[in-house]
Design a protein around this ligand. Structure first.
Ligand SMILES: Cc1ncc(COP(=O)(O)O)c(C=O)c1O
Length: 358
């Protein structure tokens, strides 16, 4: 057999574009438009590069304790990784090892099926209803694990903690993972359920709420038993996933949480403004509880609108996928950025430049 046939073939996740276009209004990867804060800046300015000859703390001990305090949990219930994508990758490897398929919604974070293919995990995608809502009874069937984002991505639709508790009550023998990447933009975290349900694992990120997508920090919160197993797998893979500077920055961010919550409130306000402004232009969308909106226009073609917005310096996200190929996912930026988006859409409509849906 040739060496070529011995190479692993996988279809990777397609991340949103990170183009280097001047003055681009970048609303395509759900980054936070605000600065990570004064405390983070101080840490970076005062950081001694001479510390970098040594390996970092392997389990990011100080940051782990700061986060445990923030969530009111014991540190043994906190796991840290290099971005929540890494935490998710380790979670799939650690938690989803049964014969039955794991379950997640058909419209969801598109990394989940990629991990399943990578690790040969069988999976079943359960259709959301036409309002993009999950149906809890779908999750009563046999499975080797459950995962979904709350609020869901890319729709922004939220489920309540009661909804999650109901799924937990019907799944005592499966790990139930709630991906809370966007929970701090108006949802209620399921962290309070961890003590009651040891099979619950919550995943969060520093990339969105904390404006730190550039340093790569992700978190898992769960029972000591599950967290210990995650550390065992992580330590079979990479002992030092979080560098020294990232650990210090993460800790400063946790200590500056009030500033970060104030930014989230501004984003929520701007989201309400943008939803209203888009509705006035005829767009329809589910209510969003995230830092993005998932909108479609009943007349204008979404892919065409995506292309024409890009030509005019506004980048949003378009997914060429069944059921959602007439929607655009629009990250909430600053109020000025969102006003510009609305202005550009108005211009395109007035100029008669947009193609109609076929
Ligand atoms: C639902 C969801 N989970 C996880 C992530 C990964 O975030 P990160 O790897 O930046 O922590 C994203 C990123 O967009 C996401 O949308």
């Amino acid at each position: 057999m040739s060496w070529k046939n011995k190479l692993r073939q996988v279809e990777p996740y397609q991340a949103g574009e990170q183009p280097k276009i001047k003055n681009l209004i970048k609303l395509n990867t759900n980054e936070n438009p605000y600065d990570p804060g004064r405390k983070v800046k101080e840490v970076i300015q005062q950081f001694q590069s001479s510390k970098l000859n040594l390996y970092p703390q392997p389990d990011a001990e100080e940051l782990r304790c700061a986060l445990a305090d923030y969530h009111g949990l014991k540190k043994e219930k906190v796991f840290l990784g290099n971005g929540s994508d890494e935490v998710l990758a380790l979670t799939f490897l650690t938690c989803f090892n049964g014969q039955e398929p794991i379950l997640f919604p058909d419209i969801s974070y598109s990394f989940y099926p990629v991990y399943c293919h990578l690790y040969h995990i069988p999976y079943k995608e359960l259709p959301l209803n036409e309002k993009f809502e999950l149906n809890k009874e779908d999750y009563y069937q046999k499975n080797s694990g459950i995962i979904f984002p709350n609020p869901n991505a890319p729709t922004g639709v939220l489920v309540s903690c009661d909804f999650i508790e109901d799924i937990l009550k019907h799944n005592h023998d499966s790990i139930v993972v709630i991906d809370e990447a966007y929970i701090d933009f108006g949802g209620q975290s399921a962290v309070s359920l961890i003590d009651k349900y040891p099979q619950l694992l919550i995943i969060q990120t520093f990339s969105k709420f904390r404006s730190l997508a550039g340093i790569r920090l992700g978190v898992a919160l769960g029972s000591e038993e599950v967290i210990k197993k995650l550390y065992d797998v992580k330590n079979s893979f990479n002992s030092y996933p979080i560098d020294t500077l990232a650990q210090a920055i993460g800790k400063a961010s946790v200590e500056d949480s009030q500033y970060i919550k104030d930014n989230a409130s501004k984003i929520i306000e701007t989201r309400e403004y943008t939803q209203e402004a888009l509705k006035k232009l005829g767009f329809v969308m589910p209510d969003s509880y995230a830092n993005f909106i998932f909108a479609k226009h009943p007349i204008y073609d979404a892919q065409d609108l995506f292309i024409k917005l890009r030509e005019r310096g506004v980048l949003v996200r378009y997914f060429q996928k069944p059921r959602i190929d007439q929607y655009l996912r629009i990250t909430i930026g600053t109020r000025e950025q969102m006003e510009k988006l609305i202005e550009v859409i108005e211009e395109l409509i007035e100029e008669g430049k947009l193609c109609k849906t076929l």
